[in-house]
Ligand binder design. Structure first.
Ligand code: UD1
Length: 423
């Protein structure tokens, strides 16, 4: 039997929640530990499935991982391998993040090719373009991507890593890691500007890398011959923060959100306010969120940072399904990322999706029923919708949610939600 959430909705959330470290920062940061033989100590590492998958991947390569709550120590007792096996890569696309570090450190990586996912096709052409620009050769055989550095190691260069779809977060991170140990200087133009890229650059700098411009669209890396051990605390999760803002607002509640970085959510906060949510920025780590007297429709478009993140689209759609008026949502990052719309419609929402654009006609109340998550953030959106309905709902296939939220139902329960995990 697959685990599900049973949610009795209609209870306004109140109290305080503490945000965990960002999954999307912790994943490349864990991959970056491959770049050194020395020990790396990480704090504020969230406890969730994707992180466990990255641990398995690092262990399969030869790293030793010791975890105590949110602190993780990564050591290298023996020599490292360079093959990322299919059984692990097919569980998580972010596994591709080990490619850059492996090629930079060992001169070779064999990574099982990640397939498609529920968000639609997710190519890795930019990862390949970037590593080839650093003089590696790539070929695909038997479903594997086989990457080799030239004998003298990777060679720095100037490259443009953007495509017609814009920049790529993981490709930027992958090539940033590879460039730290390349010969000479690398300039990545068209780099992703997400806070998770900046956090990775912070760790790499602590390890001895020479990086400037992280957080802008041009990152310069002066290669060094070795990197050393370091200690780092992972940045707060902006997507978890946004999810809790909506959880408070959709239930008519008011909560304090601790240990977050409001600055990373500027555009989201602007749109949430436009949608009727009251958000006070108490200080650079704390928000106070209060539901407004009414939920208002807004139009928004998902775009790379610093604009509205695709990873908050589903949750905001759940909120807007209850707003007064019509909202138009344009999903430019993953046009197929609307699986939650059909499930929200099963709860009575009025959402039509056409070609990456969703039209939502807000309704007064959603009705409780059983719904099924089909991806991580879409699953979270269904939980939020269920919290806002009066009756009892079930959210099935919550393994998607477990991939990316740290103690989701525990945190919601503490805020007064009636949510139980059951088989
Ligand atoms: C990361 C996040 C994910 C988020 C996404 C967009 C991690 C672990 N995951 O994923 O949660 O939804 O950013 O903010 O950080 N693309 C290409 N070629 C490539 C790579 C990507 O065309 O080689 C396209 C994608 O199809 C997509 C866009 O670029 O349209 C952005 O994807 P990308 O930024 O790469 O997403 P990820 O880094 O995989």
């Amino acid at each position: 039997m697959l685990t599900k959430f049973v949610i009795e909705g209609g209870h306004a959330l109140s109290g305080a929640v503490t945000i965990s470290g960002a999954k999307n920062a912790a994943l490349p940061i864990l991959a970056a530990t491959i770049l050194t033989k020395e020990t790396i100590t990480l704090h504020n590492v969230p406890v969730l499935e994707d992180i466990s998958t990255m641990f398995s991947l690092l262990e399969s390569l030869g790293k030793k991982i010791t975890r105590k709550d949110n602190t993780v120590i990564i050591e290298e007792p023996n020599s490292l391998g360079y093959e990322a096996p299919y059984e692990i890569v097919n569980r998580m696309r972010a596994s591709i993040a080990v490619m850059g570090p492996l090629v930079a450190r060992l001169g070779k990586a064999i990574i099982s090719m990640p397939g498609g996912c529920n968000l639609g096709p997710r190519p890795i052409d930019l990862h390949i373009k970037g590593i080839e620009a650093l003089s590696a050769t790539c070929c695909t055989t038997h479903g594997n991507l086989d990457v080799s550095a030239p004998e003298q190691g990777l060679i720095g260069t100037i490259m443009n890593l953007s495509s017609k779809n814009g920049s790529s977060v993981l490709a930027t991170e992958n090539i940033l890691m590879a460039a730290t140990l390349s010969k000479g200087t690398t300039i990545i133009n068209g780099a992703a500007k997400e806070p998770e890229v900046v956090d990775l650059a912070k760790l790499l700098t602590k390890m001895g890398a020479k990086i400037s411009g992280a957080g802008t669209e041009s990152i310069t890396i002066e290669g060094v011959s070795t990197l050393h051990g370091a200690e780092h605390a992972v940045v707060a999760d902006r997507i978890e923060t946004g999810t809790f803002i909506i959880a408070a607002a959709i239930t008519g509640g008011e909560i304090t959100i601790n240990n977050c970085v409001p600055e990373h959510l500027e555009e989201a906060i602007r749109l949430f306010r436009e949608a009727g949510i009251s958000i006070d920025i108490i200080d650079d780590k704390t928000l106070f969120v209060k539901a407004g007297s009414s939920k208002k429709a807004v139009d928004f478009t998902t775009l790379p940072h610093p604009l509205f993140p695709t990873d908050l689209q589903s949750q905001f759609v759940a909120y807007l399904s209850l707003a007064e008026g019509k909202s138009i949502i344009t999903e430019t990052i993953y046009p197929d990322r609307f699986m939650h719309a059909a499930e929200l419609n099963r709860m009575g929402a009025n959402i039509t999706v056409d070609n990456g654009i969703a039209k939502i006609i807000g309704i007064k109340e959603l009705s409780s029923t059983s719904v099924m998550s089909s991806d991580l953030r879409g699953g979270a959106a269904l939980v939020l919708a269920a919290l806002a309905t009066k009756g009892t709902s079930e959210v099935l296939r919550i393994y998607h949610i477990d991939r990316g939220y740290d103690k989701f139902e525990e945190k919601l329960k503490k805020l007064g939600a009636h949510i139980t995990r059951t088989n």
